[in-house]
Design a binder for this molecule. Structure first.
Ligand code: MOS
Length: 747
């Protein structure tokens, strides 16, 4: 019997380690590809070797006769897939709308054209290699330069940017580009499909089992109740595993056709072509300001590449409309369709490349005005979302800036380029700000409080590795006093109550109200049981007079510590568990019972680089990241998220770029040796600080969610620091050594 109870104040905000950690480090945790079923076959896709054209011949005869081969699937024998119509049913989304094998047209390099299925992986791989495909080839368009920003569609507008910009005493007009980037998650995309009659179970690596189920049901033409998607653990996602990709459909169809389970793990190389990437962008920013640094025009135009048949928009203006006060603003965009696989969401989609451009322009404006870059941002802060003309629910950007400056030691900065030195190295100090939207998804979950003092929470969401298992255990523990170790968190199965997508940094914020709702119902049940059961201290009293504090039932005037533990009540009543289903509604700034608010998280990133001109060696040495994301439920997992985002920001600024071969259209650095990522050795010293203002407008704990916000502004802070060290303003990511060689400050 637990006699000491945890309380909200000790559990919420603590730094307890991930409860799933031991399962992962001991190898017990099963990822999608770890599932092996009796009679399971292996599938390997055949990928097109051109990026634009048509299949002329597809010869499977030799492959079909190879040892262990069960089938070679192609358009003619895979069976029917259906184009999804997500606009009809907004409960799911899909980026690559065209199902695999739909026709013989090739629109990007690596497109699946056939699928070899065999008894072993080696046999399937050999058979896939033996499929002979010839093509009518046309010149692919995989342009690195997206061209001129014209024919743009206006996304949002206030005032008159044209006039304001023309009249502005100080102007900045610059163009910035960001390359295509890979999610480069360590766990490859994988599917294991098994049919039982008309019902299919898929072990997937999905950031949204609930949505994946709907998408598979639609595209496979199977009723929803006949599809089950299971993802117990993910080796990360970063947005690349939010939506359905073609390999899952191929796996399900192959398993159906052959009447045996099928496993398909796509290769690292395929992951650069067929399962999404961050779109390349080209962004023109025009800022107009008064001489004392007040913005009067913010004009953000951008292009992003997308696939030939898809309309993925990299939403670069996500932060531009709200982050600064300005009477005149316009955000406009256009898509450039190229011979690439569909881009998709990648950590801080839109906002992250958008803020690289906007915050770089702000740094250039500060320099032109001769105003400190922190001061320039402070002068343009606002507590009103001027795009929607509503107040922010909770905005502490100013404090992020001032706390960051203090922690970093910004006051010691000498603004003169190349003037700061340490240990023979030139130092560069730069900073930038960021924001990321905070919404809630609709979701449901169930909670069971059991008579043996344990609890269970069950939800059809998933943990991408960031801590959903742990924060749910904390939430239940805080409400019930059951220790975290006695809370069984059951996630990752579309059979469970529909849970939130692990995306947009919104899962945690969505779960909070569902936990509250379920707990309210459970407490009511417990109180009713307490008064209706003979032999409890409350027999015959009114249920409404009872209270529930830290897991104890007590009367209003009674010291809660002398109340009766709920499990005693359940035992006396001979009831196994008090259970309830809780719901959370979707919230996007509008809540039924509240005035409209604009909900965003904010950040300030301060960066130090070291520059050694003699050897052209650039390092990011130190980062201070200050985050305003509401209440932080777990300091450890929260800090880890921001540290990870900063490391990703170093990659974005200095290393990462998918390069397409202009002749073949192939992503040529499609492996983790040539697609350069930040390694541990490249990682700077990172200090993370949360300015913690619970956003009670969003949910009862005031948690907005973290994940994306740590990457917002990071690359711009790094390039600002590079400028401060070298005098070179890099407007095309990633920073290349050749950009810096011969710079004024290079000696
Ligand atoms: Mo995130 S890009 O919403 O997984």
């Amino acid at each position: 019997m637990a006699t000491t109870r945890n309380t909200v104040s000790s559990i919420i905000g603590s730094d307890i380690p991930r409860i799933d950690g031991p399962l992962k480090v001991t190898g017990v945790a099963k990822y999608a590809a770890d599932h092996n079923l009796p009679g399971m076959l292996y599938a390997v896709p055949v990928c097109s070797t051109i990026a634009n054209g048509f299949i002329k011949t597809l010869d499977t005869a030799a492959a079909e006769k190879m040892p262990g081969v069960k089938a070679i699937f192609r358009r003619e024998n895979i069976g029917r897939f259906y184009r999804a119509a997500p606009n009809v049913d907004l409960t799911f989304h899909i980026d690559e709308k065209r199902p695999p094998f739909e026709d013989d047209t090739i629109r990007y390099h690596g497109q699946y054209v056939a699928l070899a299925v065999a008894t072993t992986l080696e046999q399937a791989t050999a058979a896939a290699d033996a499929v002979k495909v010839t093509y009518y080839e046309e010149k692919p368009d995989v342009r690195a330069d997206l061209g001129v920003c014209d024919n743009l569609k206006v996304e949002s507008e206030r005032g008159d940017v044209k006039t304001a910009f023309a009249k502005a005493p100080v102007q900045i007009d610059q163009t910035y580009t960001t390359p295509p980037e890979a999610h480069a998650v360590i766990e490859a995309h994988a599917s294991v499909a098994a049919w039982d009659g008309d019902t299919v179970t898929l072990y997937e690596t999905s950031q949204a089992v609930a949505m994946q189920r709907i998408a598979i049901s639609e595209m496979l033409g199977v009723p929803r109740e006949n599809v089950r998607v299971i993802t117990k653990f993910l080796g990360s996602g970063f947005g690349g595993k939010l939506w359905l990709w073609g390999h899952s459909l191929l796996t399900a169809a192959a398993a159906r056709n052959l009447g045996q389970p099928v496993k398909l793990v796509i290769t690292r190389k395929m992951m650069f072509a067929t399962s999404g990437h961050r779109a390349s962008t080209k962004q023109r920013i025009r800022l107009g300001a008064t001489k004392d640094g007040k913005l009067n025009c913010l004009w953000h135009e951008y292009l992003n590449h997308t696939a030939i048949l898809d309309e993925y928009k990299e939403n670069c203006g996500e932060a531009s409309g709200i982050i600064y006060s300005t009477p005149n603003a316009r955000i406009a965009n256009a898509l450039v369709q190229c011979n690439v696989g569909s881009p998709t969401s990648m950590r801080g989609p839109g906002a992250v490349p958008g803020l690289y451009a906007l915050e770089s322009a702000m740094d250039e404006l500060a320099l032109k005005l001769n105003i400190d870059p922190v001061e320039l941002r402070l002068r343009n802060d606002t507590l009103i979302d001027e795009q929607e003309n509503v107040p922010f629910s909770s905005r502490h950007y100013k404090e992020c800036l001032t706390v960051g400056a203090e922690k970093f030691g910004w006051a010691q900065r000498n603004p003169k380029v190349g003037s700061m030195k340490r240990d023979g190295l030139t130092l560069g100090w730069g900073m930038a700000g960021g924001s990321w939207i905070a919404y809630r998804f609709a979701c449901e979950l169930t909670i069971d409080l059991k008579h043996d003092g344990t609890a269970r929470v069950t939800c059809g969401t998933q943990d991408i590795g960031t801590g959903t298992y742990t924060v749910l255990a904390q939430m239940i523990s805080a409400k019930t006093g059951v220790s975290v170790g006695k809370v069984d968190v059951v996630l990752g199965d579309s059979m469970y109550p529909e849970g939130p997508t692990s995306g947009g940094s919104m899962a945690t914020a969505s779960l909070v109200p569902a936990v509250e709702d379920a707990m309210t119902k459970i407490v009511k049940k417990l109180c009713e049981i307490a008064v209706a059961t003979k032999g409890t201290p409350f027999t015959g009293q009114k249920a409404d007079d009872l209270h529930f504090t830290d897991g104890r039932i007590h009367l209003k005037d009674q010291d809660s510590a002398t109340g009766t533990p709920y499990e005693e009540i359940l035992k006396t009543a001979n009831v196994n568990a008090a259970s309830a289903r809780g719901k959370s509604i979707a919230v996007s700034g509008v809540q039924p019972d509240k005035p409209k608010r604009s909900m965003h998280s904010f950040a300030a990133q301060f960066v130090e680089v070291t520059w050694q001109p003699e050897t052209a060696r650039l390092r990011v040495s130190r980062v201070v990241s200050v985050i305003d994301a509401g209440r932080i439920i777990n300091k450890r997992t929260g800090t880890n998220q921001i540290q990870g985002a900063v490391v990703m920001g170093v990659g974005m600024a200095l290393f990462e770029r998918i390069a397409y071969d202009q002749r073949s259209g192939a992503p040529i650095n499609s492996n983790l040796a040539d697609y350069v990522l930040t390694t541990h050795a490249d990682a700077p010293k990172i200090e993370v600080e949360f300015v913690e203002y619970p956003d009670l407008f969003l949910n009862q704990l005031g948690a907005r969610g973290i994940g994306e916000i740590g990457l917002a502004g990071t690359a711009a802070a790094i390039t600002a620091a590079v400028y401060h060290a070298t005098g070179v303003r890099v407007r095309d990511l990633p920073v290349k050594i050749e950009d810096l060689i011969g710079s004024a400050a290079s000696g």
